[in-house]
Design a protein around this ligand. Structure first.
Ligand code: PLP
Ligand code: COI
Length: 333
């Protein structure tokens, strides 16, 4: 097994299922990780692609469980729907995920390693059309690969550059998990990394005054009044990790939750800040650089106390060490 970073390592088996003539064909497990499709496929020219990201974890008892797959299934339906792609039924999505994990159980990193099996369901238009129109043929697939965290590693704070560019438009595709949003983020991320930052942070595309999210993670803060605050906007992806943290902050830590705007020029009320997501897990934010001005959060090189508690609860539930609050995990029998 490779080093625990966020990168693709070939596993044994992939799931593929084709849709044509208005119906889903039987799904298959295949051993080849290359796809064959027409050079004129809609995914290749017009970006007709949606995806999901979720993880399977090894528990102390050796069993494997998947974190909140039903939530990913629901979001996948929204993303596919917006791109006029066919619907995968919730249970069919979850069963395809389970099947693929089951066929690759040996790649689920050991309990206590901090790693997980990353699961990447996706749908692409594979029918050919020259005019920009929806495809008539689709592929729904699932890939799995063992990973560590996306950023530096567990609870290591990062420095972010606030981007002058937008990943999405105000009434655009931000709430959907589609490939085009990530293509649109590449340049801004590249600029940030070139300047030595770990990633960029995007502002709201309408006014450029409010914090939206990181390229592949939501933003949250903890206020001086001990409120968990995370912005809400139609151009932010509705993170399942963030939804889970809100629940844990409210029920386990007895905190108040707020989805108020966070003004990029008024950050002094935040005592902690972080990025959260399936790949990012919970990554504390050390500083934000906005128009040459650097704001360093009070926790500096540490993860703040609330961030640490949330991290322990979340990762504990994921690996089965903390009681599952509400059917969040699905056991792979
Ligand atoms: N925001 C963006 C743009 C993402 O790509 C992701 C990753 O999926 C997230 C937020 C976090 O979402 P989730 O917690 O559902 O993985
Ligand atoms: C996630 O699944 O957490 C993602 O954001 C996917 C990503 C690394 C592009």
């Amino acid at each position: 097994m490779g080093a625990m970073t966020f990168q693709y390592t070939k596993t044994d088996t992939h799931y593929v299922q084709y849709y044509s003539e208005g119906a889903w064909e039987e799904g298959m497990l295949i051993n080849d990780d290359f796809l064959k499709m027409p050079a004129m496929a809609t995914v290749l020219h017009y970006g007709q692609e949606a995806f999901e990201g979720l993880k399977a974890f090894r528990r102390k008892d050796g069993k494997v469980q998947i974190f909140r797959p039903y939530e990913n299934a629901k979001r996948f339906q929204l993303s596919c729907g917006y791109l006029l792609m066919p619907e995968v039924e919730i249970e069919a999505f979850v069963q395809a995920v389970i099947k693929t994990v089951k066929a690759n159980l040996k790649y689920v990193p050991p309990y206590g390693s901090g790693g997980a099996l990353y699961i990447r369901p996706y749908m692409i238009g594979v029918g050919q059309t020259l005019a920009p129109m929806p495809s008539s043929r689709y592929l729904f697939g699932v890939i799995v690969t063992p990973v560590g965290a996306l950023f530096k590693g567990a609870l290591k704070p990062v420095d972010l550059l606030v981007s002058d560019y937008d990943r999405v438009a105000p009434q655009g595709t931000g709430q959907y998990k589609i490939g085009g949003n990530y293509a649109a983020s590449l340049f801004a991320q590249h600029l940030a990394r070139q300047k030595g930052y770990d990633d960029c942070l995007f502002l709201d595309p309408a006014t450029h005054k409010k914090i939206e999210e990181v390229g592949a993670a939501n933003f949250f803060g903890i206020t001086k009044d001990n409120i968990y605050i995370s912005p809400n906007s139609p151009s932010i992806l509705k993170s399942i990790t963030n939804m889970s943290l809100k629940y844990l902050a409210e029920t386990s830590l007895r905190m108040k939750i707020s989805s108020d705007d966070i003004d990029i020029d008024a950050l002094d009320h935040l005592v902690e800040a972080g990025a959260c997501g399936t790949a990012a897990v919970i990554t504390p934010i050390r500083s934000l650089c906005h128009q040459e001005k650097v704001h360093v959060f009070p926790t500096q090189d540490e993860a703040g106390p609330v961030t640490q508690k949330l991290y322990k609860l979340l990762t504990g539930i994921q690996t089965g060490d903390v009681a599952d609050p509400d059917h969040w995990t699905t056991l792979v029998e």
